[in-house]
Design a protein around this ligand. Structure first.
Ligand code: C6P
Length: 401
């Protein structure tokens, strides 16, 4: 597969001289996705599940086909796919519904310091309200989650395990399948934050046997405002909705109402129609590219990036053994935000900050890091331009020291 040809699918690569290395925050969107959004807005533009006319039937059909496409991607049932605004709202749904109903005082919830805030805070809230305890898997010397360390914090009080599949700040792959197997021996429910996994590798929820799993469309070439909560159907069916109103009901009385079955009882009001249709186009696009190619490309680029950065003096890489295309670093004596601003002058777009992972920043003893995050459309030339930008930032700030 020819990367130069792939890059033609993205407007920014045709017209701008940009080096885009902030793919863990959000990826760029190919024309196929924009065309799908335009099709809905131009040719349909109507609501779903309500209208008794052809336009609404077609919109409904496209929306539900998007759900079928996600089910195919994850290898789950159609009814196990709940559309949400993104990973954050998917993880909040699990905590607010499943968590609030099933966690009791004294129970333990296992999570980690490697979590994105959206994987940690919903359970912090459950623990606070329910008087339960958050327990953290001790990270190893590289700041990874290991099976051995997970076993150390597992107790008879553990009720939920909430962990990331790939860390957005360090790029490590969590041994989640083994963790799920061990948790299930004790009938513990496992919630997987797969925001950084689903865009980059095949994720099969049946094979993982996870109870819940969340991801966002915008990190995998899809539109913003759409995400997915996968949940095992028997669990979803037992859960209460957290939002109430239009479309999610079966019968409404003045004092009592009944709701639709999952997933519809969780999709209150007019759903996220256009973005779901765009997500389907994004999944089809990634399937055409192929996950083998994505993994191959990211591995090759990551090795090149780490190698090139290791040649530089005064640059600290925090995860030289990263498993994915996420590389975290700092330039000695230069604030990450200052460095990123110099990079921007070179047209290199990169994220600097705590990456919504403040507990991890404490582990790293840093206020912030610079993070390069790769996708299949990046090139070695992009990395060379980043290296030039790092040298420029070093030179610029060295003059002030
Ligand atoms: N991480 C990053 O730059 P939303 O914003 O809801 O689509 O996804 C939240 C989220 C949850 N978990 C992980 C592992 C994530 O990486 C993210 C989003 C972005 O790293 C924005 S902070």
């Amino acid at each position: 597969m020819d990367v130069q040809k792939i890059r033609q699918d993205f407007y920014l690569f045709k017209n701008d001289n940009i080096v885009y290395l902030d793919n863990a925050a959000s990826t760029l969107k190919p024309k196929a996705v924009i065309d799908a959004l335009n099709y809905y807005y131009e040719r349909l533009g109507v609501n779903v599940h309500r209208g008794v006319y052809k336009l609404s039937y077609e919109a409904t059909d496209m929306y539900e086909q998007a759900r079928a496409k996600v089910a195919e991607l994850l290898n789950c049932q159609f009814e196990e796919v709940v559309f949400t605004r993104g990973t954050s709202s998917a993880l909040n749904l699990v905590a607010s519904s499943y968590g609030m109903a099933n966690i009791e005082a004294g129970d333990e919830i296992i999570t980690s310091e490697l979590e994105h805030h959206s994987s940690l805070l919903p359970w912090q809230q459950v623990a606070k309200v329910k008087n339960a305890k958050l327990v953290f898997v001790p990270l190893d010397e590289d700041l990874r989650i290991t099976v051995e360390n997970f076993k150390k914090v597992l107790t008879d009080k553990t009720k939920v395990v909430a962990l990331n599949y790939i860390s957005n700040a360090m790029g490590y792959i969590t041994p989640i399948k083994e963790i799920i197997k061990i948790a299930h021996e004790k009938k513990i429910v496992v919630v997987v934050d797969a925001a950084q996994a689903v865009p980059h590798m095949p994720v099969d929820v049946k094979e993982l046997d996870c109870d819940f799993l969340a991801f966002s469309g915008h990190k995998m070439c899809g539109p913003t405002g759409i995400g997915v909560l996968y949940g095992k159907y028997n669990l979803l069916q037992k859960m209460e909705p957290i939002e109430f109103g239009g479309d999610m009901i079966d019968y409404v009385g003045l004092n009592e109402s009944t709701y639709k079955d999952a997933p519809y009882k969780f999709e209150t009001g007019t759903p996220i129609i256009a973005s779901a249709i765009g997500l389907k186009a994004a999944i089809e696009y990634l399937q055409r590219i192929g996950f083998n190619f994505i993994i191959e490309k990211e591995t090759e680029l990551r090795k090149y990036l780490v190698e090139k950065m290791q040649e530089l003096d005064g640059v600290t890489i925090f995860n030289p053994h990263t498993d994915t295309g996420i590389v975290a670093f700092n330039i000695d004596g230069v604030h990450p935000h200052d460095a990123a601003s110099v990079f921007d002058e070179e047209n290199v777009a990169i994220r600097a900050g705590h990456h919504c992972a403040q507990p991890l920043m404490h582990c790293l003893k840093q206020v912030a890091t610079i993070r390069a995050s790769l996708y299949f459309y990046n090139t070695k030339k992009d990395i060379d331009r980043l290296i030039i930008a790092i040298k420029k930032a070093k030179g610029f700030f060295d003059n002030f020291i």
